[in-house]
Design a protein around this ligand. Structure first.
Ligand SMILES: O=C(O)c1cccc(C(=O)CC[C@H]2O[C@@H](n3cnc4c(=O)[nH]cnc43)[C@H](O)[C@@H]2O)c1
Length: 222
């Protein structure tokens, strides 16, 4: 992403849901002039609206949705980093007596947006080089944090490849797609998805891993 003088030609937008995520990423990247970080609020509606607002105002070449997330047991442990291969709206569709019907099955659109897989792989390779635990795979977007055994089981059964869930990726990706800008989602795992127990969330640990993940961002974008 550099020109022949070694200057960056590309601009990168990082969208996070809360100030604590912005602050920790800022610590990792300090002041890289071609990267902006924006706090958008929680949930896909905030994510889509605020990403759109940024993309209307300025031109970007890559949008990154970053933050903490829940990991599926046995697929992404607390403190690991997950980089999306695809960003999937897991509750966009219809319930039916036969089971969940996704938007595609209803003929009503798309519930999945591809992430920039080449960047995902490159980023994962850099993190592995630094001995950081990293997974690549689908990350789900949900309006509601999963908090029961029943929902956890249903999601794991229906989406066996999914590594993690969060609440903003599909909103960010929908806005990015509208502007033809590549998108990537990266999350550090703060909790295991299951019956709600906020006391068990390791937010500090996850934020620290998010910082580690962004410490290599210049190498990933070079
Ligand atoms: O309380 C704090 O100090 C604090 C610091 C940073 C972030 C938070 C949040 O509560 C962030 C909310 C954000 O986290 C995502 N998230 C995390 N775990 C899950 C989950 O199991 N299921 C769905 N989403 C999750 C989500 O994207 C929220 O926007 C607090």
């Amino acid at each position: 992403m550099t020109n022949e003088k070694g200057n960056h030609e590309k601009r990168v937008l990082i969208m996070v849901s809360v100030e604590a995520e912005r602050e920790i990423i800022k610590q990792a990247i300090e002041d890289i002039p071609y990267i902006d970080i924006e706090v958008m609020g929680v949930g896909p509606a905030n994510a889509a609206a605020n990403t759109t607002k940024k993309l209307i105002k300025s031109k970007y070449d890559l949008v990154i949705n970053a933050g903490i997330a829940g990991g599926f047991q046995g697929r992404a442990d607390i403190g690991s980093i997950v980089i999306a291969t695809e960003i999937q709206a897991a509750d966009l569709g219809s319930e039916s007596p036969e089971g969940f019907l996704k938007l595609e099955e209803l003929g009503l659109g798309q519930s999945k947006i591809m992430s920039e897989v080449e960047i995902a792989k490159k980023w994962a390779a850099h993190l592995e080089k630094h001995s950081l635990p990293v997974h690549i795979g689908p990350i789900l977007t949900l309006n509601t944090v999963t908090g029961t055994e029943a929902t956890t089981y249903a999601l794991k059964e229906r989406l066996p490849e999914a590594k993690a869930e969060a609440m903003e990726g599909f909103g960010v990706a929908t806005a990015a797609k509208l502007f033809n800008v590549p998108v990537i989602e990266i999350r550090a795992i703060s909790n295991i998805i299951g019956p709600r127990n906020k006391d068990a969330w390791k937010i500090k640990e996850a934020l620290n891993q998010l910082k580690n993940a962004f410490a290599v961002i210049e190498e990933v974008l070079s």
